[in-house]
Design a protein around this ligand. Structure first.
Ligand code: HEM
Length: 425
């Protein structure tokens, strides 16, 4: 495994970051917490040059949109879908308030609650589980979404369900496991340190004990998309660059057109819809496929990531370019053409992760892509795209969709606001 610094941040002390324990000590010494985010992130002193990209720095929790969507994709993910087990609406709202407070603290690199792992009463369970004590914020983002099942008759939300929050249709070749699908509430934790992401989800689950239960969860490593032009395009488990032609944070006009909701219920304006698909990749079969066939399937060169017939990764795709004998180089059933043509200009923001979940008992790795995308209306973006891919994409021969979720992610929070406030008000 690579030990490149952006993949596995070094301990805070060596990197000059501020650990949770450091924060605890400083806070105890009366240092204003407000300044600490900056201290953990960019060093602004005139004497020392600011680091170019500190992967241990915090990402702002509040803002116009939730973090974890167009903020630069981190290297690790822990995604969880919860079932709400309480039937009491007030109980659920209280939980969402408690979660917000814990999420805000953890994304700032602090422990989940005051007192934390070791500072509270010794005769009570600690207010934080402790495994992230010595770790910095590591760019942790926590993004919440609400699933269609939350809008049934339990909490009086039926009339507030957005029309766009459909039950996704069944696509050809779907092999969905209900134990890896659906859920009332999802939380996507992304971080540059896997332990920080897992700690965050674990503490949210702990706080939710008796009110929610974990329905399914997925760990991801190695982002499979770039969400900013400042990021190098990573590779997926087929070995191809993934995220080249993705929507990017630097293109707000495209994000406004394809990602952020402008209509529907007021509580969703400024939000977006998240689609998660656990896609098993039959990598053993892929690995026995010739390079030329692999490149034909994707429509791009494996080494450079350039569209076939072009030189560089970011060269425009030319569907008309022909090779020897006049044969089109970018086949009309290649992945990149099916995912972009004849869709009325629909685009999505991809933000997925590689996964391996051990082996399947038949001598194969249970590996693949945990596909996550954000779009402003899945009915006109993700669904037609996935329909085209599942029907005609030659890549489907190597893929099996085993899990699925669709969630409404509300806009970001202003000061004092809590997760779900506008939905429940
Ligand atoms: C395991 C499954 C998948 C793999 C291995 C995969 C791989 C790739 C690769 C290598 C590219 C080219 C580089 C790039 O522009 O990012 C690409 C592009 C793309 N993929 Fe996928 N993909 C998968 C599933 C999906 C799914 C489920 C969707 C949506 C329903 C999707 C939508 C797209 C789109 C929109 C593009 C950009 C097309 C363009 O405008 O050029 N992909 N994918």
């Amino acid at each position: 495994m690579s030990d490149a610094p952006q993949q596995v941040p070094a301990p805070a002390a060596r990197r000059g970051g501020v650990s949770r324990r450091g924060l605890f000590g400083l806070a105890g010494a009366g240092v204003a917490v407000a300044g600490l985010g900056a201290a953990a992130g960019v060093i602004a002193s005139g004497e020392q040059p600011a680091p170019v990209a500190d992967t241990s720095a915090p990402v702002a929790f509040r803002g116009q949109h939730q973090a974890g969507i167009v903020t630069p994709a981190q290297d690790r993910m822990h995604f969880v879908a919860f079932d709400v087990t309480t039937r009491d609406r007030a109980d659920l709202v209280r939980l969402l308030r408690d979660w917000t407070a814990a999420a805000e603290r953890m994304t700032a690199g602090k422990e989940a609650a005051e007192g934390g792992a070791v500072g509270g009463p010794r005769d009570a369970p600690p207010a934080d589980t402790g495994e992230a004590l010595d770790l910095p914020a590591s760019a942790l983002t926590l993004t919440i979404g609400f699933g269609a099942s939350l809008f049934d008759d339990r909490f009086g939300l039926a009339a507030r369900r957005p029309e766009a929050l459909i039950d996704l249709p069944r696509f050809p070749h779907d092999d969905l496991d209900p134990r890896r699908s659906g859920g009332d509430i999802c939380v996507q934790a992304c971080s540059n340190d896997p332990q920080v992401a897992v700690h965050a989800i674990r503490n949210l689950a702990r706080i939710g004990f008796g009110k929610v239960s974990v329905r399914w969860s997925q760990l991801g490593f190695g982002r499979t998309s770039a969400t900013s032009t400042t990021q190098v395009t990573p590779r997926n488990l087929f070995g191809f660059k993934d995220g080249t032609n993705n929507l990017k944070a630097e293109d707000p006009a495209a994000l406004a057109q394809h990602v952020w909701v402008t209509e529907g219920p007021e509580w969703m304006v400024g939000g977006t819809y998240l689609v998660a698909r656990r896609i098993r990749m039959h990598i053993e079969i892929w690995d026995r496929t010739s390079l030329v066939e692999q490149e034909d399937i994707v429509g791009r060169a494996k080494g450079s990531g350039a569209p076939l017939g072009q030189r560089d990764e970011f060269d425009a795709v030319d569907p008309h370019v022909r090779g020897a004998g006049g044969v089109p180089l970018v086949a009309d059933d290649s992945h990149i053409r099916l995912a972009s043509e004849n869709l009325g200009g629909a685009r999505i923001l991809r933000r997925g992760y590689n996964f391996t979940d051990g082996s399947d008992g038949f001598g194969h790795l249970d590996a693949g892509l945990f596909f996550v995308c954000f779009n402003r209306d899945s009915r006109t973006q993700f669904v037609p795209m996935q329909r085209a891919l599942s029907t005609r994409d030659r890549m489907m021969e190597y893929l099996e969709h085993t899990g699925s979720g669709h969630f409404a992610c509300p806009p970001g929070l202003a000061d004092g606001g809590f997760w779900g406030e506008r939905l429940f008000s």
